[in-house]
Ligand binder design. Structure first.
Ligand code: FMN
Length: 223
């Protein structure tokens, strides 16, 4: 049984008065509310250091038993991006041409998505997020992870928020199935593809579907 970790004093690094707190919450809702999934990216490169900082932010997410069961692979190499596009489009063609149930295709219809994924090559970076199902200790024993999906989901949400607040756009992409990602990116058996984030600056002529977000009373109950 490992020793209990030492107790450290903690005070919130951003603590402030109520008025400031309310204003910050309002601003965050407005800033994050301006995020949209973008499927058309410009050639503008991503400034050095942003992805590293955003992934560091994501890595500070809470996780079951503090196992931090995630791994992020940043892909900027054109050849790797092309291979990912080819493999993703093959899966998506099968999906749109018959594998997807009619109900799913109906849900996707307003978004206007199809099997072509040029953004996988055009965007300057792809971040493949992997759920790490186990680790190995220094002595080679398998270390079990807990609440892996929940933990990786939270970390990915923080990553999407961090990228957006840094001025970058993203698309959350989930070609189904995603096993090819582990093969192309040479991941160990512990790493299960979770999703693929397409990252860059939105193209000047980018458009997004006009969709409705649920209102606060629709998504929250206060009692
Ligand atoms: C888990 C998840 C999987 C998604 N998969 C895809 C995808 O494979 N292709 C795609 O074009 N959009 C995908 N999206 C983006 C959604 O279509 C998009 O988030 C939704 O329509 C709301 O639009 P918004 O992100 O602009 O608010 C996915 C989003 C999530 C959260």
């Amino acid at each position: 049984m490992p020793d209990e970790a030492p107790r450290l004093r903690y005070s919130h690094p951003l603590a402030c008065g109520d008025e400031e707190s309310v204003e910050r919450a309002r601003r965050l809702a407005e800033d994050l509310g301006g995020r949209r999934s973008v499927r058309s990216f410009s050639d503008r490169p991503i400034a050095a250091g942003i992805l590293e900082q955003c992934i560091t932010a994501a890595g500070s997410a809470p996780s079951g038993a503090n196992r931090q069961p995630w791994h992020f692979v940043v892909v900027t190499d054109p050849d790797l991006k092309r291979r990912i596009r080819v493999a993703a489009e093959a899966e998506e063609q099968a999906f749109y041409a018959g594998r997807a149930p009619e109900e799913w295709l109906e849900a996707l219809a307003p978004l206007g998505t199809d099997a072509d994924k040029p953004f996988l090559e055009h965007a300057p970076a792809l971040i493949a997020v992997f759920a790490r199902r186990w680790d190995h200790s220094e002595t080679g024993e398998r270390i079990k992870h807990y609440y892996v999906q929940e933990s990786v989901g939270i970390a990915t949400g923080m990553l999407v928020a961090a990228l957006h607040l840094s001025g970058l756009s993203t698309l959350t992409h989930t070609p189904s199935p995603m096993r090819f990602l582990a093969e192309i990116l040479d991941r160990p058996a512990s790493d299960q593809p979770f999703l693929l984030l397409v990252v860059g600056h939105a193209a000047a002529d980018a458009t997004v579907p006009g969709i409705r977000r649920k209102s606060l009373p629709e998504i929250a109950t206060f009692r």
